[in-house]
Every structure is written in C-alpha cells, then in structure tokens.
Write a protein that binds this ligand. Sequence first.
Ligand code: NAD
Length: 264
Amino acid sequence: MQNRPLAGKTALITGSTSGIGLGIAQALAAQGADIVFNGFGDAAQIADLQKQTAAQFNVKTAYFGADMTQPQQIEQMMNDAIAQFGSVDILVNNAGIQHVANVEDFPVERWDAVIAINLTSAFHTTRLALSTMKRNNWGRIINIASAHGLVASAGKSAYVASKHGIVGLTKVTALENAQTGITCNAICPGWVLTPLVQKQVDARAAANGVSIDQAKRELLLEKQPSGEFVTPEQLGALAVFLCSDAAAQVRGVAWNMDGGWVAQ
Ligand code: NAD
C-alpha cells in the first residue's frame, strides 16, 4: 500500500465540516486514513460528506457533533472515536472562530467562546488522545494556528491570544513527547477563502462601500504579499507531509504557509 501510507491510521479533525478542516480531512483520506469528522452543519449534508469521502477514498468515516466549547462533549467524542477505531492516531485541532472588536468593546462572552474553541478544546483533545498514541508509540498532532499565532492585528485580541497560545501548547506537547514516535506541530495559514474569512470580506465591503472582489483584494494586499489566497488543498498537503516518516523529526514548529505575511 505504498501509495496509501496512512492506511490503518485514524485521523480526527475538529471543525472538518467546512473550510480548512474539510480540506485536510480529504487530503488525509486520500492517503488512506480513516476519518472522524466533527463540526457544525446540516445533518443531511454531513451524512453525504461522510458517505462521499468513504466511497471516494475507500476509507471508513465517522462523525461526532461535539461542541468544542464543552469539555464533556469533547471527552465523549474522544472516547467514542477511540472505542470505534481503536485509537486516534492523527489529531488535527482545527475548529476555530473569529470575532473582531477593540479590547474595550470586546464582548466577554465572545472572548470566552474564542478561547474555548480555538485553544482550550485542543488541550482537551490532546490530553485525551495521548494515552493510545503512547501505547502505539506513534502519533501526529497538528494544531491549526494562524499567521496570528506569530504576529498580531488590531481588533483580534481573543483570536491572536488563542493562536499564540496554541503555538505554545504545540511546543510543550512536542517537548513532552520528544523521545517518542509522537510529534506535535502547528500550521500557521495566512488568508484562506473559507466561510470564516468570507464574513470578514463581506464586513469590509459593507464598511468601505466597495464590491466583494475589491474587498478581497484589499484584505489580501494589506497583509499577504503574494496577493493570493492560500488554499485548503495546499494546507492539506502540508498536513500530509507532517504525518509522513520524513517529518518524524519535525517537532514543535509553527510552520507558516501565508503568501509571505510574516516575512515582512
Ligand atoms: P470555517 O468557518 O470554514 O470552519 C470552521 C469549522 O469549525 C467548521 O467546521 C465549524 O462547524 C467548526 N466549528 C465552529 N465552532 C465549533 C464548535 N463550537 N464546536 C465544533 N466545531 C465548531 O473556518 P476555517 O477558515 O476553515 O478555519 C479553520 C481553522 O483555520 C480555524 O482554527 C481558523 O482560526 C484557522 N485559520 C483560518 C484562516 C483563514 O484565513 N480562513 C487563516 C488562519 C487560520
């Protein structure tokens, strides 16, 4: 099964019903990994996604709708996934939300939600995945941080704090497991045109009285020197590399794929 190097592995990707998480889930399935989906969305569409992925890539799929703000639901999902598949070998902590407001205006409830989903959920999934990874002496934990895990932007206090936080969690997890077959790394995307970013494009178009296309161009050029969006497929390919044997000594990195954003 040389062209399916992840056959026999199970990958759980939080927030994989949409955007980057879905792109990574499909890239891992293409390498033969069984896929555990998580995230919100229309039940019939999610069932279709599961069926399509299973049929297209000849893998098993499951879906758990755990809300990443709820530690008990996360625990249930991890227990159920491990009971069903034997282990979670690849854990991709991807679920994330954004809220934009200056610190003094930031709704307290939004701060708590951003930190819970973008950061605390990854602590819970990681602590719950590690014992079976250790038993197998193999695991890949990939945390989807952001360029905002490395640099800041005004108006994004909770998001930037959560993403810097998850880069820290990545390094500690990598160090604690450095002498095992378990690696932990972060991927730091620049702008990717997903529903999360479309909302920011729409808000910018409305605020500046410009077209959606113009708003996209402005958004990109403000931060991303390439002037082009990163794609979920490109991020999926990086995740596949981090799961490979060649990446066995890549440990604790925060790897930006950002069209040059943090090179500036
Ligand atoms: P998206 O909105 O398309 O997808 C987010 C996913 O998370 C969805 O599946 C959604 O259902 C799920 N989700 C949201 N709240 C949840 C909750 N409480 N419990 C369970 N699932 C929940 O967003 P995206 O752009 O694909 O973002 C994915 C990750 O990538 C996020 O962590 C985001 O911060 C990060 N990121 C995105 C960009 C970008 O430009 N889009 C850039 C850098 C980093």
